[in-house]
Design a protein around this ligand. Sequence first.
Ligand code: ASP
Length: 437
Amino acid sequence: MAKVVKFGGSSLADANQFKKAAEIIRADKSRRYIIPSAPGKRFGADVKVTDMLYACYDAVTEGGCALNEFRPIARRFDGIISDLGLAVSLDKEYDEIIKNFKSKSGRDYAASRGEYLNGIILANYLGYDFVDAAKAVRFDPHGAFDADLTDASLSMILGGYKQVVIPGFYGAKPCGEIKTFSRGGSDFTGSIVAKAVKAVLYENWTDVSGFLVADPRIVDNPEVIQTITYRELRELSYMGATVLHEEAIFPVREAKIPINIKNTNNPAASGTMIVPAAGEDPARVITGIAGKKNFSVIHIEKDEMNNEIGFLRRILTLFETEGVNFEHIPTGIDTMSIVVGSDVFEKHPRLPELIGKVARPGHMDIEHNLALIAVVGRGMRERRGTATRLFAALSHANINIRIIDQGSSELNIIIGVDENDFEQAIKVIYEMFMLAE
Ligand code: ASP
């Protein structure tokens, strides 16, 4: 009955945060596998150690003095060590890192040292063993993450430990070269470790008490989401809700291990539970609302489009050969619309002309400045009138809906509105479903 426990950068930013994390770990014996991030920001204008490492490495490779550039980073770690009253010294590690920076060991190696050094300190403070992620997290020679090999080596190596700290964010290629995941990737490490050790729970400790129903910059004091399914979360994070690394849900989802998002600064708060499937009918129709600006719609009209075999295929083939990603394709009888990110036209300025060539539409126009909003909730499936309430709320607020798209899973309704209406639309949807119920 083991738990995997990951602490984000703000949860390990200084000695005080280390103490909170250690108290949390010691409060539950099943918290056996600990994944630290590098020290994050201690205050708003502070710099994350990962960013310091990237900058230091760049400065060294451009001819800067390695020792001088590295000194502020060493000071951050030494500060934590002395404030915790530990006897450990990282001087040998610093020498090694500086030597490797000089011999151009790579930006990934540089960035990974934040998690590595923090892991050594945390293991020392807790009295846990330390396992270098480079020994167990595997990438192939081209730098692609090797899930199967990692799963096998993590479970074999970690199986030999009772209580262990393994740093997040990086692993190694077969030749030993260090490779990192994308930014925020310690979340992903937590997830692959949870899968490998068959954990009962993956706790992800951060500085918020879970996912919020809506963006707090738009809605005042939005409620915390108590329970969310992996699929709902995927819809919301795709649309811009961020707390967890986008890919972190996949390994645990496969293994059906729930994730609990918790707040290191408020451990009593229950946080958000991310679960494979929530059995009971939820109290709320809506689980969350998220959205993004900067979309455009290509409207295509052609008489008897519905009778023309291969029309859609020709357009989609064009998108594929041009390497253009699209978001949605709402269709009518003789019309279709393709929603794309607005930046598509900078990268592919000839796209409209090429569509004209392959599809020969009767009419085509492009609308810009569209915002998409995803209203997500597994509760929609069982209840009538959700769309009516959604559209009534927007209509009362005088907001014109330009696109409507309901996912086939009946888990979400996506609407497109003018970018100027984006914030107001989210507010009125929140009020309709969260405050009026
Ligand atoms: N330290 C890395 C970053 O800042 C990875 C992480 O914190 O998950 O992106």
